[in-house]
Design a protein around this ligand. Structure first.
Ligand code: GRG
Length: 329
């Protein structure tokens, strides 16, 4: 959070973020006290609030300055939270945001119900405060998240799928909601259609970079940074861009025989696979692909007026990649 605060040196944004935090707790409160506890478990655990931050920054490009962008931020963060609850059930995760996951602390059933509750409240917030088009967009994005996750499940243990398949997965499960966050924020501030499209293009590319960087981190960061050993995606049979590039290169046969399964792989197997991928320069190739996307993102911003929010957006993409470089050093 602290580095995001440095990156966004705009007090008016952080004042809105405080209001947004209160609204997140209000919107996730149920008449059923135990459901409230469970639905607020991950909110209390932390999180970057990256998606609402984008909604508020995008709203800087519109003429209106009422509370609607905050409601847009609440809606996208609630969708994000709900998807994390479901994701942790799917992955049988023990921890999330440095705390016990809801499924681990209570049960899968409770995690799914609370995830549904958060999704429902996101829809209610949007229908109450935002336009019909925003409600439609949120619903379509919810579907994209599910599609992305389903694609990923279908590609599990498959070392021979294409980079286009990988991009369809991360587009659905990550970039779609990041894009919608910016779009909804800009729309809530009544930005003109060209401005909304420019911000949406920027956010889509940044969303893709966000996930490519996250996937690279999983291969290069230390246990301390990740809170888990490197290579957890490989361990789970999820093969991300650097691994797919390695599989298609001269090290492909060795990687394929290492990862032929069945899982669970031994720790030596995971370590050797990570070493092949990182040592072969494939993380760098993935980061190069991310840099190309960042250039596209920056180009999308060019027609927008020069203001302090634009200066933040211009830096924000590089921040995502800098995290990887820092973790590696
Ligand atoms: C019920 C909408 C719904 C979805 C079901 C489980 C699922 C389908 C989709 C999963 C989507 C998912 C969890 C994608 C990963 C997105 C991602 C990059 C999460 C981490 O986001 P950060 O780093 O996390 O912004 P914090 O904790 O900072 O908010």
């Amino acid at each position: 959070m602290d580095d995001l605060r440095t990156l966004v040196p705009l007090p008016r944004i952080w004042e809105q973020m405080e209001r947004l935090e209160t609204r997140l707790f209000e919107a996730s409160t149920s008449d059923h006290a135990q459901l409230t506890d469970i639905a607020q478990h991950l909110l209390m655990a932390g999180g970057k609030r990256f998606r609402p931050l984008l909604a508020l920054l995008a709203a800087e490009f519109g003429p209106s300055s009422d509370g609607r962008p905050i409601e847009a931020g609440v809606a996208v963060e609630l969708i994000h939270l709900g998807s994390l609850y479901h994701d942790d059930v799917i992955d049988e995760a023990d921890t999330r945001r440095g705390a016990a996951s809801v499924n681990a602390n209570w049960s899968n059933t409770v995690a799914i119900l609370a995830g549904d509750f958060l999704m429902a409240r996101a829809s209610e917030v949007a229908a109450t405060h935002l336009s019909q088009e925003s409600v439609r967009l949120l619903a379509a994005t919810y579907a994209e998240l599910v599609e992305g996750q389903t694609r990923e499940l279908g590609l599990l243990d498959d070392l021979d799928h294409s980079i286009a398949d990988y991009e369809a997965v991360i587009g659905g499960k990550t970039a779609s909601l990041i894009c919608t966050s910016a779009r909804l924020g800009a729309m809530a501030a009544d930005a003109d259609p060209d401005t909304v499209e420019a911000l949406a293009t920027w956010a889509w590319e940044v969303g893709m970079v966000f996930q490519i960087a996250d996937d690279a981190l999983d291969l290069v960061a230390t246990d301390d940074v990740l809170g888990k050993p490197a290579g957890s995606d490989i361990r789970e049979g999820t093969f991300t861009m650097p691994v797919l590039l390695a599989a298609a290169g001269p090290d492909g046969d060795e990687l394929r025989s290492l990862l032929a399964g069945p899982r669970p792989y031994s720790e030596e197997t995971v370590e050797r696979a990570v070493a092949l991928v990182t040592g072969g320069g494939y993380v760098d190739r993935a980061l190069d692909a991310a840099l190309e996307r960042l250039a596209r993102a920056r180009r999308a911003l060019e027609p927008l007026p020069d203001n302090d929010a634009k200066a933040v957006l211009e830096r924000l993409g590089s921040y995502l990649l800098d995290r990887v470089v820092a973790a590696r050093a």
